[in-house]
Design a protein around this ligand. Structure first.
Ligand code: M6P
Ligand code: ZN
Length: 188
């Protein structure tokens, strides 16, 4: 990365979520094995092809204390069985690091679970909803609409992603289509 500690700007296409210049990383169904509740439906989807679930455009800065990382995420519409497409979700390795998720386009839910108490929350997001995610709350976005859900995230650069901890604990809330409408369900 060419970093000279000078101010810089990027352009965000608010509808499409594309950031210029930035690097794109695509997450596909094959990257999300074990994530969706219905394993048989997942297997059937995989047989159709390895579809994109989301693309992240990262605006790079050094991952050092004091820096802010930011990115857009384009979460495509789709389902595995009755369960809507979602991001993998994570805690932060730095348990003091918070984050802000702002929806630029589309609609869905941000699912959250607190590390200590296990308390869980779902927050409905539409264009313009900005959610403050406190430290220690795992976060996962779900697209319940028919168009891509685009959101912009900002968080401390040294935060890191703790996927393993969330995998071990499991996510208690899921969002399924029920009668053509999303329904937030508590598992277990
Ligand atoms: C947001 C941010 C990123 C994260 C991305 C995808 O843009 O929180 O840090 O990587 O969503 O989410 P995940 O890493 O959980 O797959
Ligand atoms: Zn995060």
């Amino acid at each position: 990365m060419n970093w000279d500690k000078r101010p810089f700007a990027v352009t965000i296409d608010l509808e499409a979520g594309v950031v210029t210049p930035a690097e794109a990383r695509v997450t596909r169904l094959s990257d999300l094995e074990g994530l969706f509740v219905d394993e048989e439906a997942y297997r059937q989807e995989r047989e159709k092809g390895d579809l994109r679930v989301y693309t992240v455009y990262s605006i790079p800065v050094p991952e050092e204390r004091g820096q802010l990382l930011s990115c857009t995420t384009i979460l495509y519409p789709g389902k595995v069985g009755k369960e809507y497409y979602m991001t993998r979700g994570h805690f932060h390795l730095d348990t003091q690091a918070a984050e802000v998720y702002t929806c630029l386009s589309g609609e869905g839910y941000l699912l959250l679970v607190e590390d200590g108490s296990g308390e869980a929350e779902s927050i409905k997001v539409v264009k313009g909803t900005s959610v403050y995610v406190p430290a220690r709350w795992a976060h996962r976005m779900v697209n319940c609409g028919k168009i891509p859900l685009v959101f912009y995230a900002v968080w401390p650069a040294e935060a890191g992603h703790d996927y393993e901890r969330l995998r071990e604990k499991g996510f208690p809330l899921r969002v399924f289509e029920e009668g053509e409408r999303p329904s937030v369900v508590r598992l277990g």
